[in-house]
Each structure stands twice: as C-alpha cells, then as structure tokens.
Design a protein around this ligand. Sequence first.
Ligand SMILES: N[C@@H](CCC[C@H](N)C(=O)O)C(=O)O
Length: 274
Amino acid sequence: MGGIEFLKGHGTQNDFVLLPDAAGELDLTPARVAALCDRRRGLGADGVLRVVRSAALGVDSAAEWFMDYRNADGSIAEMCGNGVRVFARYLVEAGLEQGPEFAVGSRAGDRPVRVHADRSVTVHMGPARITGSSVAIVGGREMSGVAVDVGNPHLVSTLDDDVSALDLRDAPRYDHDFFPQGVNLEFVNVLDGDALRMRVYERGVGETRACGTGTVAAVAAALHLAGTDHGSSTVDIPGGRVSVSVDREDSTLTGPAEFVARGELDETWWLRQR
Ligand SMILES: N[C@@H](CCC[C@H](N)C(=O)O)C(=O)O
C-alpha cells in the first residue's frame, strides 16, 4: 500500500478530511473515520469526504464523481451541504472537473454545482420538503420545531430569545419515533425578513460551526411559518454566512470553500485503526 493522500478543508468552519480515492480502494471503516476526525488522536474534523468515481462504487449516477460522506462518529449520511462545496472546489483545482458547472453524486442524489471565480460555490440542493412538526428538548426546555427533509433529516426550532445563549454541550433530546434514523437539530432566530441566525447540533457529530443542509432547512422552515414556500435569506452561523434560496422545486446554497492543508497519512497509523 502506498501513502494515503489527504486534504483538510472547511466550508464556513464545518471542517472535513478529504480522501482522494478515485478507484474506491480504501477500506474506510467507521473506526478509521472516527480516528481521523478525532481532534486529539487524529487530524480532527466534523466529517470525511471520500472522493471516488461513481462507477467505482457501482452507484447509479450521471455524475462522474461521488461524495462518499461520513460523520465524525463513523456513521454514513445522505448529504452534506458544506462538504459538497469543498468537494466541488477540490475537483476543479485537481483538474478532475473542468468546471465551472458540473454535478456531484451523493446518497441524496446528484447535486449540480457552480464553482465561482472567488472560490465560493453554489449548490443546487434539491427540494426542501416539510415533513411535519416535532419537539427538541434542550436542558429540560421543550422547543417545537418544523421537520424538514433536505435529503437528510432536520428539525428546525425557531426561538424568540438569542440562540447564541443556548447551552448545547449536552446532546438535545428528540422524538426517536418521529426520527428513527436520528436528526440534525437547528435553533434559529429570524432577524428580519431575509436574515436568520442559526446554531446546529448535528447527527453523528455534535455541535458544529455550520451545517449547509441545516441552513437550507432553516430557511424552508422560516418560510413555511411565514405562510410561503419560496424566498431567499442569508444565514449567519458561528462559522460565517451563507446565502440560501428556496422554492417548491429546488433550493440553492452559496458559500465559501477553503483548503487548509494537504499531506499523507502515516500508513502504520492507518493500518492500526480498524
Ligand atoms: N454538515 C453537513 C451535514 C452532515 C450530515 C449530517 N450530520 C447528518 O447526519 O445528516 C452539512 O453541511 O449539510
């Protein structure tokens, strides 16, 4: 086995280890993902993005490249809105896509992207479907929320008090019967007609500084509560700001994609993590 190439990047400080693996040869076990994402014994990240050809995985996708996304605890998720921006920028900079427009495969389906000259990326995230209502519990406080499916599950609770003050150190509770596969929990302030503030507690990760699918869910939920299904908004998260547009058929997410480092994993370390 040769050295394993990696890159470290982030989208609004939701950070990822990218593993280029065109032929799908890496044995990416949950234990290896969890070790890579650990901030003390690994590189540290909220998730792993394996860059693999759709054909190598036998995935039914028109997109040449598939984003094999894993959460920091090793679990698999359908989609990652911040990750797909970083993934798209990697494909262009590595010369694997000519850009600026192409599609990226994901477990939630193909996602058309546009990589802009300023390195930001716009992603067509597909429809954000309102699937009902449920409750999140933070420190004994019940917060009603709007359930939204953006390819992965979300529950968006809109609060009158400042979400910056919420204590999210412990995992909030939610209705496991309503969300048998788990859920990403967003806490939102509506600042004015077209600006939101959000914090998020991600399934399989914990609190992160941003969640792209979560920002789309937040805008869709805020529009739903205002009695409409289309509109645009900025969303401020602890890691920065993104722009979101939602209509009945599609949604778009625009935000930054940054690279921090690239290198090679130590082979002995990798083989010890099973
Ligand atoms: N941070 C991501 C979402 C990653 C997946 C999520 N934790 C899940 O399990 O559904 C984003 O930017 O969308």
